[in-house]
Design a protein around this ligand. Structure first.
Ligand code: IPM
Ligand code: MG
Length: 372
């Protein structure tokens, strides 16, 4: 298969983790005889620095021409501390989501057997957790009208949804539930918010179209608690934009590190793949950033094109790296010298030589090539 992939490394640790995902995709292309081409674009704080614009026209054009987009991370602490900044790195990501109409953000939350002890939660509680969060990505409070009064003393953000916006992501979530454990939980705040009541009404009306899916309804405050005390009860979670942002980051506690959570942002004509974590500016170029979320986002990219064996091989490589403690310091208290690049190299090696007899287990932690 020929795939033209736009790569937007972005800010902070974005470039280093994305480089590992590209490396892994190149190994997959070699192994399975695909032709993947990569076109790089600027976005976020680094784009502001170079062009004054967090989402330059050229970047939009690269993305529109691409079959898929691989996105790194966005943000910079200097903006975080300046609420008055009119131009912000995040506008690059939000603008991209809106321009390309990437309305469905899919975030898998999987408790990996190999690292159950890395979570601050009890093993027995998290074991076998496998949740798919469907987060609406192009509407809601993120994109509603924003106002600040002239005297700067009053501000508002409108949360707006239409029936169509809810239906299009709900169909995807119902279908996903149908192919999994057949349970869909709509997370909302329907006891308070009109927009949530619309979500609930729309989903209730859709239920008969998916008779084999059991639909549940849960308020977001309760869901925040249930995710921690009994995450195994969830299969597919469907929710609006901001609740999805918050709950998915909370869910990373189950997995053990936010550096493991990948995502796919899907629209009708475009698809982007991005880790759920931010730019982690203070870790930039220290070699400590976990590249697995980015690598698993690349696996989701392959899923999107039906390249199931290819995606499965990446996931096997990730499992193996977790099992052998070939992981960055966020997960590793056994070896302290496993860098971002080393994790990428290991998974690349694994793809080139999936038969584990080729792996040099004795020296695997020394930062040497893992191939004998
Ligand atoms: C995410 C991020 C973004 C969001 C930020 C960087 C704008 O937190 O993808 O979860 O809030 O959607
Ligand atoms: Mg977030």
């Amino acid at each position: 298969m020929k795939l033209n992939i736009a790569v937007l490394p972005g800010d902070g640790i974005g470039p280093e983790v994305t480089a590992q995902a590209v490396k892994v995709l190149k190994a997959i292309a070699m192994e399975f005889n695909h032709i993947f081409t990569f076109n790089y674009g600027l976005v976020g704080a680094s784009a502001i620095e170079k062009t004054g614009n967090p989402l330059p026209e050229e970047t939009i054009s690269i993305c529109k021409k691409a079959d898929a987009i691989l996105f790194g991370a966005i943000g910079n602490t200097s903006y975080d501390l300046n609420p008055d900044a009119k131009i912000r790195p995040e506008q690059g990501l939000l603008g991209l989501r809106k321009t390309l109409d990437l309305f469905a953000n899919i975030r898998p939350v999987i408790a990996y057997e190999e690292i159950l002890n890395k979570s601050s939660l009890k093993k027995s509680q998290i074991k076998d957790t496998n949740i798919l969060i469907y987060r609406e990505l192009t509407s809601g409070i993120y994109f509603g009208e924003k106002k600040l009064s002239d005297d700067g003393k009053k501000a508002s953000d409108i949360c707006e949804y239409t029936q169509d916006e809810i239906e299009r992501i709900a169909h995807l979530a119902f279908k996903a539930a149908h192919s999994r454990k057949r349970k869909l939980t709509l997370v909302d705040k329907a006891n308070v918010l009109e927009s949530s009541r619309l979500w609930r009404r729309v989903i209730q009306k859709m239920e008969p179209q998916y008779p084999d899916v059991k639909t549940n309804y849960m308020y977001v405050d309760k869901a925040a608690m249930e995710l921690i005390i009994n995450p195994k009860q969830f299969d597919v979670i469907l929710t609006e934009n901001m609740f999805g942002d918050i709950l998915s980051e909370e869910a990373s506690v189950i997995v053990g590190s936010i550096g493991l959570l990948a995502s796919a942002s899907i629209g009708k004509n475009h698809a982007m793949f991005e880790p759920i974590h931010g730019a982690y500016t203070r870790a930039t170029n220290k070699g400590i950033a976990n590249p697995i979320a980015s690598i698993l986002s690349a696996a989701m990219l392959l899923d999107h094109f039906g390249l199931d064996d290819e995606a499965a091989l990446i996931r096997e490589g990730v499992d193996k790296s977790l099992k052998l403690h070939i992981t960055t310091p966020d997960l590793n208290n056994k070896y302290d010298n496993i860098s971002t690049t080393k994790v990428g190299d290991f998974i690349e090696d694994f793809i080139n030589h999936p038969d584990e007899t080729n792996l040099n287990f004795t020296n695997i932690h020394l930062g040497q090539s893992t191939i004998i």
